[in-house]
Ligand binder design. Structure first.
Ligand code: ADP
Ligand code: MG
Length: 633
């Protein structure tokens, strides 16, 4: 004998959280009461889907031939008696123990979020926001005086049991009579909610919230949801509103998707697909689509709820339905993975998604910008995980550049703008657009009117080693000491006028930099390219991993400041003044402070400084000296 049979009847107290939730729900009414039906239908639909998947591998269930469906009935009641509704499903059902755990504690994170929100904000009327949360099963107490849940599990040997509560602190468990598989919710309506006991009213609510539930919902024997596979219709027969409704009911995401793609084809593979790119990368708490992947159908039957084998990982944010009559109905996970047809199907869908994205980028640049902001990282990571992805995703990359004026630009646009003679794609790395915009490395590029990409996303640097080139034009980091650039006419002229700082004085200053900075730098030397900046740090030619230095700093893993070459601009006034000081007042405190500050500033500029706040005391010293001198004159 099981324990269930020894103690068939028992009372239990709800968990504290449930009590709190019930308190609110029992006293809420009017505004959002309809959503109880959405929640109960959604639970029934989940239970049907779970049974459906069980039966893919196990036919040994109770009532294997019962239709997967939801039935809503309005039983006759005597005059003056409270009205009733019964919601039945032929889903997976619950055992006695499952009734206790599933309906006695909060499983739903949406409900918890809801509680947090209303208890944090005393002003908030729960009535106004309930509909936006997946408060789940307990929402039935918005309309019910009493609920009796009778359930029988799909497991053949399990007995039926009933769960009864009036929404107070307790629920009651007892044995029950039920021959067939599934769950029945017997709802005794509150007086104020009695008008729900009307087939017309129920159908109206179903139309609004549950029209696309994939099992038939019958109200008094008549199907109330259209349950149409929208994706099987001709795109020309579907309105934008249909798509929006379908998306909302499928995902419970109340924000319109960024992109909707609907297409069909019969060759080389039969496919009907309706795909969406959600507006946000992060899934909302309410979402009914918990995992990445698309729903895979064959002959109108769901064979995988989250299929990730169809599209590459870098497109896993694409949601929706793919339906192909060419797929065998009895596919297992393994055959799905190794199926030639699946590969063909995947290739076709990937091609279509990329084509639509390209169109979006051309016709709705603002929307595309939003897409890139949300999902650009998937594409970037894609190049690191899958080298063959580069060709597909690089055309979609967008960067700020030294010439883009705050806009984003594509690599194709960059290539189009560059002069014929330029053989590389230049980029500069740093922590933000505003910091790299002032990078001394840009001096020679600005002088030559050459465009430089700003790589300010840590991912840019991480994936740099794998990128190599775009359309046969190699990427080139402009902090490279030996970068070869054509000489500008202006530069040739300037070289003569540089005599302003005599060779000897300049060399003395270089020597002073070496003694002051010691082994913090590999070398100090004159710069051939700097214009507006006094110094810069460049990488020695044999530093293959320099891109990683910034990453290491960001990750904070035993960060050691990398050694670079300090290049000094001979014609910069700050350098000239310091060099004069070295020649005439070698003990002036400004010299060493100035050199150290120049070095630290360059480190910050490169995004390599371990702790920029460390320089503040020195800046104060420098200011004091400068103010004192100004005060004397
Ligand atoms: P959620 O659906 O998010 O899990 P709910 O509060 O709506 O949260 O439901 C709680 C749990 O009760 C479900 O996870 C499920 O295990 C169980 N349940 C509710 N309704 C049914 C049903 N009709 N058939 C089987 N199990 C159900
Ligand atoms: Mg639910």
């Amino acid at each position: 004998m099981t324990t269930a049979e020894q103690t068939p009847t028992a009372d239990y107290r709800f968990k504290a959280e449930v009590k709190q939730l019930l308190q609110i729900l029992v006293h809420s009414l009017y505004k959002e009461q309809d959503i109880f039906l959405r929640e109960l239908i959604s639970n029934a639909s989940d239970a049907l889907t779970r049974l459906h998947f069980e039966m893919l591998t196990n036919r040994d269930v109770l009532d294997p031939d019962a239709e997967l469906a939801i039935h809503i009935e309005i039983p006759e009641v005597a005059e003056g008696e409270p009205k009733k509704i019964i919601i039945k499903d032929t889903g997976i059902g619950m055992t006695r123990e499952e009734l206790i755990t599933n309906l006695g504690t909060i499983a739903q994170s949406g409900a918890r979020e809801f509680l947090d929100r209303v208890s944090d904000n005393k002003e908030l009327d729960p009535n106004d926001v309930i509909g936006q949360f997946g408060v789940g099963f307990y929402s039935v107490f918005m309309v019910a005086d009493e609920v009796r849940v009778v359930s029988r599990s799909y497991k053949k040997r399990a007995k039926a049991a009933a769960w009864i509560s009036d929404g107070s602190d307790e629920f009651h468990i007892e044995p029950a009579e039920k021959e067939d598989r599934g769950t029945e919710m017997h709802i005794t309506l509150k007086k104020d909610a009695a008008d729900l006991a009307s087939p017309w009213k129920l159908k109206q609510i179903i139309k609004k919230h549950s029209d696309f539930v994939r099992y038939p919902i019958y109200v008094d024997g008549e199907q109330a949801n259209q349950q149409t596979p929208l994706w099987r219709k001709q795109p020309s027969d579907v309105t934008q509103e249909d798509y929006a409704n379908f998306y909302r009911q499928m995902t419970m995401d109340f924000e319109e998707p960024l992109l909707t793609i609907h297409f069909s084809s019969d060759a080389p593979v039969n496919v009907r697909a309706l795909l969406f790119i959600p507006a946000k990368r992060e899934k909302g708490i309410l979402t009914t689509r918990k995992d990445p992947g698309v729903m895979l159908y064959s002959h109108n039957v769901l064979i995988q709820e989250y299929c990730t084998d169809l599209l590459p990982k870098w497109l896993e944010f694409v949601d929706g339905v793919v339906d192909s009559e060419d797929l065998p109905l009895n596919v297992s996970r393994e055959t799905v993975q190794n199926n030639r047809l699946m590969r063909q199907l995947g290739k076709m869908i990937k091609g279509r998604v990329l084509r639509e994205l390209k169109k979006l980028s051309e016709s709705e640049p603002d929307k595309y910008k939003q897409f890139w902001g949300e999902y650009g990282r998937y594409f970037k990571e894609g190049t690191a995980i899958d080298p063959t992805a580069k060709e597909d995703v690089l055309p979609f990359f967008r960067y700020h550049t030294s010439k883009s004026n705050g806009e984003l630009t594509s690599l194709d646009a960059y290539l189009e703008r560059k002069p014929e003679s330029q053989k590389e794609i230049y980029y500069v790395t740093g922590d933000s657009v505003s910091s790299v915009a002032n990078s001394p490395h840009l001096d020679p590029f600005k002088a030559r009117d050459l465009e430089v990409l700003y790589w300010v996303d840590p991912l840019d640097v991480l994936i740099a080693p794998g990128l190599m080139e775009y359309k046969e034009t190699p990427f080139k980091n402009i902090d490279d000491a030996d970068i070869e650039l054509p000489e500008t006419a202006e530069e040739a002229k300037e070289e003569e006028s540089e005599a302003a700082l005599p060779e000897k004085e300049f060399n003395q200053f270089i020597g002073r930099c070496v003694t002051t900075l010691g082994d913090k730098v590999l070398e100090v030397r004159a710069s051939k390219v700097l214009k507006n900046s006094p110094v810069r740090l460049v990488s020695p030619a044999d530093a293959p991993n320099r891109e990683m230095d910034r990453i290491q700093r960001l990750l904070n893993q035993d960060y050691e400041v990398p050694k670079r070459i300090l290049e000094v601009n001979r014609s910069h006034p700050l350098v000239a003044h310091l060099a004069h000081l070295v020649a005439n007042q070698p003990d002036n405190a400004l010299i060493n402070l100035g050199i150290e500050q120049l070095y630290d500033s360059a480190l910050i500029q490169e995004g390599l400084h371990p702790n920029p706040a460390d320089i503040l005391p020195r800046i104060q010293q420098l200011l004091t000296l400068a103010a004192a001198q100004a005060d004397q004159s």
